[in-house]
Design a protein around this ligand. Structure first.
Ligand code: NAD
Length: 258
């Protein structure tokens, strides 16, 4: 059963921005932190902080293994990702802001994606930073498969081929600052939207969870699709408590065909 209020919100909005969390990709087989048996039940990213990564070859080896397992399942976009592509192609959606690092929005075909937590699809030189948030290596980067090939050959801690310093997945680890350029791009999109559609995020962690507040403050409406209550349900015009890949494609199809 398609939620009529959600359909109407999508149909009448001209500048939608989607904001996605881990729940967007669970139906692609990428677990969120709570999924039983998922990669996060074997690795705790809260233990693999940026400081510990820089300090310890063991933590780096564990982190690479985690990244490897993350992609071993070869996740594919699901119908919820496809629905956002359809909204963008129809001219209703200005962009996607995501907490996800899996690259599935781009793989589905979304053109404008802001990745607040970076991407696990690339690796980059991080130099030998003295403090978290400090940059930024020599500028070398490569697809993540570069590191996976070296892991296959028995290496546990690949070094930058350009300068010999540390290499890390191009993701934001615990203890690492968000990239200010991404945060500014996300904020600008949300300030300009007339509907913020959040999908599969518990909306509990700032600054990402502050995006619904920005939308409301700048005159936008908020629609939330999540399979459990979120920290921002009180701000939303419509809350749909369901699985994203079940409700979003039908709602978008109904909105575009109305
Ligand atoms: P989160 O705080 O964004 O919470 C995910 C929410 O989605 C939960 O409330 C959950 O109940 C809900 N959910 C799960 N499957 C759903 C579905 N099919 N439909 C609707 N709702 C669904 O995310 P988290 O798991 O606490 O992860 C925190 C951070 O860890 C993320 O922001 C991200 O940076 C990283 N992470 C990324 C990925 C990814 O790239 N796919 C996966 C796991 C974790």
């Amino acid at each position: 059963m398609v939620d009529g209020t959600l359909v109407n919100s999508l149909r009448t909005a001209a500048r939608i921005v989607a904001f996605s969390g881990a729940g967007m990709s669970t139906e692609s087989g990428v677990p969120d932190f709570r999924s039983p048996g998922g990669v996060w039940s074997r690795y705790d990213p809260r233990e693999l902080t940026f400081d510990r990564y820089v300090a310890s070859p063991d933590v780096r080896a564990q982190s690479w293994q985690m990244r490897r397992e993350f992609f071993d399942t070869a996740p594919q976009p699901n119908p919820a990702h496809d629905a956002l592509v359809a909204l963008e192609r129809a001219g209703h959606l200005n962009g996607v802001v995501t907490q996800n690092i899996d690259g599935l929005h781009q793989e589905a075909g979304s053109q404008r994606v802001v990745e607040l937590h970076g991407t696990a699809r690339e690796v980059q030189c991080i130099g030998r930073p003295a403090r978290p948030g400090e940059p930024a290596g020599c500028g070398w980067s490569a697809p993540a498969t570069w590191a996976f090939d070296l892991l296959d050959r028995g290496m546990t801690d690949p070094a930058c081929p350009a300068c010999g310093a540390l290499v890390k997945s191009a993701t934001i680890s615990f203890g690492q600052m968000l990239d200010s350029t991404s945060l500014q791009a996300a904020t600008a999109l949300v300030e300009d939207c007339d509907l913020l559609l959040t999908v599969g995020s518990s909306l509990q962690v700032y600054p990402a969870a502050g995006l619904p507040e920005i939308a409301v403050r700048t005159g936008g409406r908020v629609a939330i699709i999540n399979d459990e209550p979120t920290g921002m349900d009180h701000l939303a015009d419509v809350v749909v408590r369901a699985r994203a890949a079940e409700v979003l494609p039908a709602a978008v199809a109904a909105a575009l065909n109305a």
